[in-house]
Ligand binder design. Sequence first.
Ligand code: GLC
Length: 823
Amino acid sequence: MNSEVIMDRGRAIENDYIYLGNVAEYVQNENLFRFRCGKTEVLIKVLAEDIIRILMKPNEVPSLDTTQGVIFKDNKEVEINATEFEDKVIINTNKLKMQVNKIPFGVEIYDYEGDLIYKSYDKCFLGWKGKNIACFSEIREEERFYGFGEKAGTLDKRGESLSMWNTDIFDPHNPHTKELYVSIPFFIGLAKGKSYGIFLDNPSRTHFNMGEGQDKYYSFEAEAGKLDYYFIYGPEMKRVVSRYTDITGKMPLPPKWALGYHQSKYSYSTEEEVKELANNFRKKEIPCDVIHLDIHYMDEYRVFTWNLHRFPDPEKMIQDLKEMGFHIVNIVNPGVKKDPEYKYYVEGMLNNYFCKKIDGSAYIGRVWPGESAFPDFTKQETRKWWGKNHKAFTDIGIEGIWNDMNEPAVFRDEQNGGLEDKTMDLDVIHDNDGKPATHRELHNLYGMLVSRSTYEGLKGLLKGKRPFVLTRAGYSGIQRYAAVWTGDNRSFWEHLSMTMPMVMNMGLSGIPFAGPDAGGFMGNSNGELLTRWIQLGVFTPFFRNHNSINQLSQEPWAFGEKYEKIIKEYIRLRYKLMPHLYSIFYEASITGIPVMRPLVLEYQDDPEVYNLNDEFLVGDSILVAPICKPDTKFRVVYLPKGIWYDYWTKEKYVGGKYIMIYAPLDRLPIFIKRGAIIPMAPALNYMGEKEIKELTFEIYADTESRYTLYEDDGETFEYEEGKYSLTYFECKNNEKQIIFKISSQKTDFDTGRERYILKFNDMEKKPEEVKCNEKMLEEVEENQMLNGKNYWYFNGKERVLYVIIKDSKPEADTIIVNDTCAY
Ligand code: GLC
């Protein structure tokens, strides 16, 4: 060990830390390497050819236990080749070469092209100061940093310092706000087109300094527990995200209704109000699937109860709304009212389910119900109990729950100003499934465990149906249980803009199902802001309009007909895109790759997109560039390489440059990449309103492109047993001929589809002929319908070829369009 003042550019870097010195001893045991430096042992575990875990606890041998964030199973089979030299140990896997230096202790990781991917900082690497433990690493030239979960500010976090502590932040967050509701201690470093990820598995308060004020090193540090981090190799960013979600889990496929539009308010507080709201949506034919019930539905905010004056017959109400196609999602907060005559408080006290102080008494804090006890979700029995309590909801037809205040948020003393960013006392002891630890050590896990208990409880109770859980707080792995909304934003344009980098970084951090309160929560919205926010919301994975008490209403019709008309068309667009969106969600559930993507995820070699904050991709072929300022009709859009089509005008652009786009209030700039094959359905008022018998495919034929359409029943877990359908589409275009193939990969779910409308966009001229499986198709007048037949027509004005064919699943179909001169 050595302790020295380390100077860098005249500044002392963290000079009262104790750093590890030289390696005194080294032992390999299968995939585990132990390096002893003084009394401290550093463990390096090669978990896979591209994942390396590094652990250190000052003056101890760290335990290999993980938090509940991790689900990755150790693989001792990984092929490793290790050689010891006097001053270093070289550990090779099939993907990486890791050099562990002994004098002093340090690591360097290279790929097989010889490029340095990750390196500990030369002057100091692992160190500690009191209970804090830190790791310093070198910043590569031009390195950018992404991820960090739910954070304010811009996409790239280079030069910033951030920290992780789940916080109920009521004052409006701004780019300097370091801590919000969710903590994901994970980031991606990208330099020279090559990326890696670091995941620090520690739920205490953690700090990340990504080169603030200097450009040599970055550091991460935990205030309690051990230093336990995973290095994940890319080099593609997509690969990093995918592997990070192998470690922390993927999002299960949500019920399809949860992808629809959600309407919420704090609070729709009577049955009449809710029914009137529901009737309005249907009368106005504005699609909506979900209505949220905020805290006023409860009896004095007691969880799992109803205020029967306001909601005299919840079961009937839920049933009636279900018949109209609405799902109700009720808010459930963790605080349990301290009331000796209240069932859940009594049960919790008698069975030791609540968090306790060191003297054994229950911790009591003040939240909405007044003085409340807090279930200890780190304990399995508590999680089970809490989960089962949801029977009160599932018995009356509820399939979705909204977890709020689960940081956990605790109000400050009234004298000090009421609502504040306070949490449970830090010396509260959690059971931690038999390994007691303080709240200080586990804080960031609490919210995720609330949602875990909720999700698992609902899953058991719903007997085969997919639950929907929405959460405000979370830790790495939260995606396994819940969608995340980004908490209490404000009805101002800055928060509309900030939504984009925030949700994109959440996507890069393993959380594909996220979104803001569209329209803004606090403060009064207005017609223009709501319209622009709904336009953006159509493309955020989670799409909910929610606003606070005592603010102007912001339902789609709240600001008059002019705005309502536009908002309605955009919500309908979300529903039209549902087959596509659902397929992208499916991809996210398998690969972890997000639904809403920063451009850097698809174009990591293009420096123009490294900090592009106001555009994003949905999947890989739809580019959205929202308007984020009032009174704005034009904006600049960057199109990356490739050919792009304006979704509305079909105008064609060559990418790799900036363009100026006209976008009046009813126009959200959307671009489709050539090569895209996008299935669209008729707009429904809610999911499952009607059986969809035909899909329209928007095709932008490139030399070669592919698409996979995923379909299942949208509400059960039968897809896990293979009951789903996968249809492959392949399009080849050699400028004279387009060959379009449709083939079934899997047909274990009956889609009920009868036909396809294939729309070939950007055709130079009317084709000579169109064949399907060698048979010539009949050409008909535009918009003429021939029942039960395959045919085509050409719209010369739009330059679009329409080919209408029967869905002959499971047979394959090949459509050949001859003499096309497409594009
Ligand atoms: C919190 C939530 C907000 C909710 C309110 C009342 O502020 O973030 O969404 O409406 O509490 O429950």
